[in-house]
Ligand binder design. Sequence first.
Ligand code: PLP
Length: 400
Amino acid sequence: MPDRLARLEAATAQLEPPFALVDLDAFWANAADLERRASPKPIRLASKSVRCRELQGRVLERPGFSGTLAYTLPEALWLAERGFEDLLVAYPTVDRRALCALARLSAERPGARIAVMVDCPAQLDEIEAARARARADAPVRVCIDLDAGLRLLGGRIRIGVKRSPVHTPAQAVALARAVLARDGLALVGIMAYEAQTAGLGDAPPGRPARALALRAIQSLSARELSARRAEAVAAVDALAQLEIVNGGGTGSLQLTAREPAVTEVTAGSGLYAPTLFDAYRSFRPRPAALFALPVVRRPSADVATVLGGGYIASGPAGADRLPRPDLPAGLRLDRQEGAGEVQTPLLGARSARLRVGERVWFRHAKAGELCEHFNTLHLLAGDRIVEEIPTYRGEGQCFL
Ligand SMILES: Cc1ncc(COP(=O)(O)O)c(C=O)c1O
């Protein structure tokens, strides 16, 4: 039996699958590598990519990490109640109840420093209305989301994710002025997340032509964004001194951190290192999150079927969003059935030798989403399980 499998099996012999596990040796090695790539800029932790409060707290104790990039306002409020500070909510919110709670919290506990993302005046109206309803007098912190996409041929070709309409420095200044015109809002930052470089591996396996095209576009896009981001930041900073200029993600840390205008970078996925992060040339994180499923039946001599497994990642549906059987080596999903809600048949050289009752170890495609399927994570250190800690789900929280 290969060493990695032997170590996992020996450490978890007492556990009943299905269960999820985080290999702390890999997790902390990944954290150190993220810090190295981001240095000297601090890393804001993308909580959506971890979804385990206990682990997030421990990561934030490291010197290279500071603050949380939250994914919903209710999540940020929940974390703030539990002592987390400096929370930047990465996506716009129209949750009126949560905005009222934010307005109250901003007055009662300014130290929590929650900021919400905006990219249009309608969102500013929502925040102001909530603030008036809450009768809170402290300003609500807001951050402008600057589109990080690449536009070619006068905007006829657009590369990047469809996020903010604020693309040019002039548009950023116009929105900044709209924020500053409202007494109840404080403009604290600009964020520009370059998904087309940070979240898209430049070494897709078996696709050399796509790899070359991706690299050319990514390098063009990085150069364009660096100049535009610096211009937008300088123009907005002249109106309101910015605390936060955030950019980047696991896949782009070393590039984004180099930009003088950027004060901090974001990362999260690189800690668990799911399969979507296998395809980058500039770094190779160690798989740290795994889940184990039991073989429950053998439909035929060459097929072994495990219980559950249909933990499909979000994004454009395709084979890269499926979980991948990792150990023992020599297993693959069935093209007809994929990973199923209640069972997953496995084929491949090793499947004929799997017995009912044995386990198969999987890796999932996208970081934090694994935690939506498990109440706890078992923590492996060295050769033993040292702890079992709750995921967000395990704490009864489902934010998205
Ligand atoms: C706004 C924003 N910043 C950064 C990231 C990068 O996070 P990760 O390092 O988990 O890929 C994401 C991921 O989607 C994001 O939405």
